[in-house]
Design a binder for this molecule. Structure first.
Ligand SMILES: Cc1cc2nc3c(=O)[nH]c(=O)nc-3n(C[C@H](O)[C@H](O)[C@H](O)COP(=O)(O)O)c2cc1C
Length: 166
């Protein structure tokens, strides 16, 4: 039987939910990584995606300043590190160092991405909107990379565990 629940409870029922790593460039040139479940494809013509981040997130600040961001789908290999990137802010911490995440370069971007990525979507910020306690970042897609050999991660039990969907 259907009963009234709240939205966080709904997020539990829809689990496994998607997981991305939002990769941005810090003022010192290094890369910051943050775990984000709230993303979506928006349009295939032109190619567009969107993601939502808490107003206080450091990543959001970097996207609003630089207008460049890469969204990656991290792979099972780095599950623990991705969980770490979702509970630490990059404001005073180098997460790639702290969680020992190997990075690789992406053509025509100053932002690096985790080596263990199934998909990388290179974006430029088109616009952002205030949505309650988050900002919604609407992005144009500049380039997309994929690697079938890497197994995608999903968030289980709401957002409390990261593992593949099968
Ligand atoms: C599985 C998982 C999913 C998350 N999804 C989001 C999300 O969609 N939006 C968001 O703002 N924060 C999300 N977070 C929390 C951020 O990753 C966390 O606030 C992080 O510290 C932000 O880092 P930053 O300050 O370096 O940007 C998620 C965390 C986890 C573990």
């Amino acid at each position: 039987m259907m009963k009234k629940i709240n939205l966080p409870q709904a997020a539990n029922l829809t689990s496994p939910n998607p997981v991305t790593v939002v990769c941005t460039q810090k003022p010192d040139g290094t890369t910051n990584l943050a775990t984000v479940s709230w993303w979506t494809y928006l349009s295939f013509s032109p190619n567009m995606i969107a993601f939502a981040m808490a107003k206080t997130s450091f990543s959001g600040e970097m996207v609003r300043n630089n207008h460049n961001v890469i969204l990656t789908i991290p792979s099972a290999e780095i599950a623990d590190a991705v969980m770490g990137c979702g509970s630490t802010t990059g404001r005073n911490t180098d997460k790639t160092e702290k969680f020992d995440i190997a990075l690789m370069e992406v053509e025509e971007s100053a932002i690096k991405i985790p080596v263990h990525s199934r998909v990388a979507i290179v974006c430029s910020l088109k616009e952002y909107h205030e949505v309650g306690d988050h900002y919604l970042y609407i992005c144009n897609v500049k380039q997309v990379y994929g690697n079938e050999a890497e197994q995608a991660l999903f968030a289980w039990n709401g957002y409390s565990q990261l593992r593949p969907a099968k």
